[in-house]
Write a protein that binds this ligand. Structure first.
Ligand SMILES: NC(=O)c1ccc[n+]([C@@H]2O[C@H](COP(=O)([O-])OP(=O)(O)OC[C@H]3O[C@@H](n4cnc5c(N)ncnc54)[C@H](OP(=O)(O)O)[C@@H]3O)[C@@H](O)[C@H]2O)c1
Length: 409
């Protein structure tokens, strides 16, 4: 991370605690509301806050809100202000230390011990930039998202280099909200490539998926619908049956052909039901998308046609994936894994095209937003508030994905 604190910075700016103390003293003597206001950056320094961790562990135990300043950008540096950053399951796994892509631990944010900023996805606007960045075609106000995981997006501001970001062209950005832009680069791209890259589905072909109400699942339903594929969608059962029906309907509303619960998938009559949906079995199910594992994933594999493809991209149940040998020997089902980060690293142009297509569908109203739990992050929002929202996302059965939406930072 390129941000650093220059020795010439006035101590008021350099030391957040001193700055707060000073503001408090002023506020006691003059206007009490003053302390609530965001400190206006002077000498081009930007005040920033970030949710950081210095060691791996459960998010509520290891996260803390860290304040630091960012020196004015020069050369190939830009200062960006975040607009929207989601809380994805991978972000939690990364903080727990069980995600393959590790964040950068650094002392460049002004701490004695190295810290890392949490979060991997988000959209930010450029607020100031060095000469070299201008020459590369960037300008103030441009929206950018992160090229690769590990940048740290749960923060108000950051210092970035050109090669760490991807610019969202004016044309692609038109009519798109910050939340839409901040959540387009991982989940929809994952669904896009899994539908396109494994089985050669034709119009009218079926795919089946679990975690169907997830961000990826909802994207797969909508992309599949657009391309003429039919989908069987598995969700987890709810104790509240009215809520379960409502969830099923919400997936049908965005294009799901069939929605069942994991209990229904594992019930005795599932083979007959599947035949009913697929014209007596004459319309084969050629692709399965699995982010859950455990018994429900095995049950899903059993519905596949011979020589179908089964793609695993997540492990929400924390159970292993168990496959009967007969499925490999006699049914010739092909099992794959998929990781969008690796794919995007190897195929940056394909990822750009997928993002452009999803944003175009969004503009046309063909791709609906996933339900979102907006977490407002203002300059004065307390660390405990933000961390308790992260903690909430650890519970399942949520109505929407948590997304930090930055206000006056
Ligand atoms: N490989 C890749 O490149 C890649 C890319 C993106 C995402 N992913 C993975 O895809 C999955 C979905 O991510 P997302 O961001 O789309 O998710 P999300 O929108 O945050 O939704 C989470 C999903 O996980 C389900 N879930 C939560 N706890 C569960 C449990 N114990 N057992 C079974 N299901 C559970 C939820 O179902 P309920 O509503 O029933 O709780 C919901 O469908 C995650 O595993 C994520 O790591 C992988």
């Amino acid at each position: 991370m390129a941000s650093k604190i220059l020795p010439s910075a006035p101590s008021l700016i350099r030391n957040p605690r001193l700055r707060t103390q000073c503001l408090r003293q002023v506020s006691r003597r003059t206007a009490p509301a003053f302390v609530q206001q965001r400190y206006i950056s002077a000498y081009g320094y930007e005040q920033a806050k970030a949710l950081t961790f210095s060691q791996y562990g459960e998010p509520p135990e290891v996260l803390s809100l860290h304040t630091h300043s960012i020196s004015p950008p020069h050369g190939s540096l830009m200062t960006i202000r975040f607009l929207a950053s989601p809380i994805n399951p991978a972000d939690i796994n990364q903080i727990q230390g069980v995600y393959p892509s590790k964040p950068t631990f650094t002392t460049s944010l002004g701490t004695a011990n190295p810290i890392a900023v949490a979060g991997n996805e988000g959209v930010a606007e450029i607020i100031s930039l060095g000469e070299q960045v201008k020459k590369e075609g960037f300008k103030k106000g441009d929206w950018v998202f992160m090229k690769a995981p590990g940048f740290g997006t749960w923060r108000t501001h950051a210092s970035a280099t050109v090669d760490q970001v991807v610019k969202l062209d004016e044309q692609m950005r038109e009519g798109i909200t910050a939340i839409q832009a901040g959540t387009v680069s991982i989940n929809p791209c994952t669904a896009y490539q899994m539908l396109k890259g494994f089985a050669e589905l034709k119009e009218g072909d079926w795919f089946i998926q679990n975690g169907a109400n997830s961000g990826v699942g909802r994207a797969a339903i909508q992309l599949g619908k657009k391309w003429g594929y039919k989908s069987i969608n598995v969700i987890r059962s709810r104790d509240d049956k009215a809520a379960e029906e409502k969830l099923k309907q919400s997936l049908k509303d965005i294009g799901a052909d069939v929605v069942i619960t994991d209990a229904e998938l594992q019930s005795q009559g599932i083979k007959d039901m599947s035949k009913e949906w697929t014209n007596g079995g004459r319309e084969p199910i050629r692709l399965a998308l699995n982010c859950v594992n455990g018994k429900a994933a095995t049950a899903m594999a059993k519905l596949l046609a011979s020589s179908a493809h089964f793609v695993t991209y997540g492990a929400m149940s924390k159970q292993p994936l168990t496959i009967p040998a007969s499925m490999l020997i006699f049914k010739d089902v092909h099992f794959h894994g998929f990781w969008v980060s690796k794919w995007a690293e190897k195929n940056p142009e394909d990822k750009k095209a997928a993002v452009a297509e999803v944003l175009e569908m969004t503009r046309k109203g063909e791709f609906k937003d996933m339900p979102v739990d907006e977490i407002k992050w203002e300059w004065e929002t307390k660390g405990e508030e933000l961390i308790s929202k992260v903690k909430d996302t650890l519970e399942g059965y949520r109505e929407g994905k948590g997304v930090f939406v930055f206000g006056k930072t």
